[in-house]
Design a protein around this ligand. Structure first.
Ligand code: FMN
Length: 508
């Protein structure tokens, strides 16, 4: 049964029960009439409010979700399988609503993943910088916020959701990654700074055979909104997995954004055709940078075999070419659609991947040239501090921004039935999203999380996020103390030696 069908059945059942109770009560007709008026008033309120997309789509009945959420928390029930705990969801939602930053009574996030080590003498919060430069050597470097929106693609999200994210990012001064389904008009309309992602389908920059087209790329990359270019090598929720865009989803709008024929199946291969070796990847990056007029270009990777990562580092050494950034996506990342095995069991978690990438670049004396962007369940300022202490330079999040807009983790993104109207193209559901209101949520969530991040950085005694290191975390998982250029002298930590030796710049 569809989600809508289940809700209708629950509503019918509820009405029957209430009707039956009223039938046996004295003055039952009066009670029933009073109840009907109250329910109608509530339904009207729910339909007209702009903060809860679920309630706009399912007036009154949608409240059951909130009641179950609160009851579950009060009764201390085990949460059903959902990536984000009730406590985290409440935190994001209250930040999105602009509620007070302060809570009471002690530790509230139920799964503390990190202990940050503070200093006796904190730094001054207001002096902690808010931005970090990507592509310092480029003709058009970009000063990014420390917290940004990770790839959330056109088609995976509804247009009003993309519009809200784009407007929210514009107002908050941070970037939004387009995802791999092309640079659709709706991204540009919102006015955000954009990271344009190029996946294996080359949507928006492909020829009729589906191969990369330099001319088409250059034309779109010139857009002033495009600040960064990101090649998607892999993502945490489905590394090494391609896909297929079924013909029925290729509407005229999708076809236009992706530059593919209307109504025809489109295969998204698991591997790029524009490069097949580490050296070719770096040459492709150099080509994109030039064609984009000197904008920073990098790639997104979920780390699998360390040998593959080391091969790219060796190619950097061999060619003198380097990406401006590497976006390291943890295996814990999300997706709109992928086999459950890939989402659950494939790839390296962020806390292990970041130190590996950081160490490899430090060991090869290349760390200064490349910024590391971390993503994978980064939700709070504490997650950001942990990511930077483990080697990142800045962070991005995807699902937390969806939660800020009312995502209830129904886990049915791929079914086109998202009850909050976020991950669907169903016109009856997307009307739940009011872009103006949700954009404000996106901006507020970002602003409060950044504030918490800067306060935590100051609490460690660091004057800049760049000073954070593994020494600021109680847990292990920081970088392993590799010194600059150590690998070049053949001095390899035992855990990296075999993979480094096996890695080759000319093949994956
Ligand atoms: C609905 C949805 C669509 C996504 N689309 C893309 C995409 O097009 N390209 C990509 O590299 N990652 C995509 N991602 C992954 C996110 O960008 C991100 O890497 C991952 O979810 C980790 O961030 P998070 O834990 O904050 O969600 C998508 C995730 C979701 C939930």
């Amino acid at each position: 049964m569809t989600f809508r069908g289940r809700v209708a059945a629950a509503g019918l059942l509820g009405a029957l029960v209430v009707g039956a109770v009223c039938a046996v009560l004295p003055h039952g007709a009066l009670v029933a009439a009073g109840l009907s008026v109250a329910v109608l008033a509530l339904a009207l309120h729910d339909r007209l409010q702009t903060q809860e997309p679920l309630l706009r789509n399912y007036p009154v009945l949608g409240r059951l979700h909130g009641l179950l959420h609160q009851a579950g928390k009060l009764l201390g029930l085990r949460q059903p399988l959902a990536p984000y705990s009730w406590a985290l969801v409440d935190l994001v939602r209250s930040r999105a609503a602009g509620s007070s930053e302060y809570a009471a009574f002690g530790a509230q996030l139920d799964s503390p993943r990190v202990s940050i080590l503070h200093a006796v003498k904190p730094a001054v919060v207001e002096e902690v910088p808010e931005r970090v430069v990507l592509g310092q050597g480029c003709a058009q470097p970009y000063a990014a916020s420390y917290f940004n929106i990770s790839a959330l693609a056109f088609g995976a999200l509804s247009d009003p959701a993309i519009s809200a994210l784009s407007r929210g990012a514009r107002d908050g001064g941070f970037f939004y990654n387009t995802g791999e389904a092309g640079l659709a008009e709706v991204f540009l309309e919102g006015g955000a700074d954009l990271a344009w992602q190029i996946g294996t389908g080359y949507f928006g920059c492909r020829d009729s055979a589906g191969r990369f087209d330099r001319g088409a790329f250059a034309a779109r990359a010139q857009s002033p909104a495009v600040k960064l270019i990101e090649i998607k090598v892999s993502q945490g929720a489905k590394p090494a997995k391609g896909g297929i865009l079924p013909g029925e989803k290729v509407t005229a709008r999708v076809a236009e954004a992706c530059q593919i024929p209307v109504g025809r199946d489109c295969v998204v291969p698991p591997m790029h055709t524009a490069f097949s070796t580490p050296i070719e990847l770096l040459e492709f990056i150099a080509l994109l940078r030039e064609a984009a007029g000197g904008k920073p270009v990098g790639f997104k990777l979920c780390v699998g075999q360390p040998r593959d990562l080391f091969a790219i580092v060796k190619a950097m050494l061999a060619t003198g070419l380097a990406p401006d950034f590497i976006a390291v996506d943890g295996a814990e990342g999300g997706t709109g659609a992928a086999p459950v095995e890939f989402q659950s069991f494939v790839g390296t978690p962020l806390r292990r991947a970041l130190p590996l990438v950081h160490d490899a670049l430090v060991g090869a004396a290349l760390r200064e040239q490349v910024r590391l962007i971390a993503s994978g369940k980064i939700t709070t300022g504490a997650d950001m501090v942990a990511a930077l202490a483990r080697g990142a330079d800045l962070c991005a999040a995807a699902r937390p921004f969806m939660i800020a807009m009312g995502c209830i983790q129904a886990l049915i993104c791929a079914s086109n039935q998202c009850p909050a109207g976020l991950a669907t193209q169903d016109p009856r559901l997307i009307r739940g999203i009011v872009p103006r209101a949700m954009a404000a949520n996106v901006t507020r969530y970002h602003q409060q999380t950044m504030q918490a991040f800067r306060e935590l950085v100051a609490a460690t005694g660091c004057r800049s996020p760049a000073e954070l290191s593994g020494a600021h975390l109680l847990q292990d998982g920081g970088a392993s103390g590799v010194s600059r250029g150590q690998f070049l002298d053949g001095d390899l930590p035992a855990s990296y030696a075999a993979a480094w030796v096996a890695a080759r710049a000319d093949r994956f």
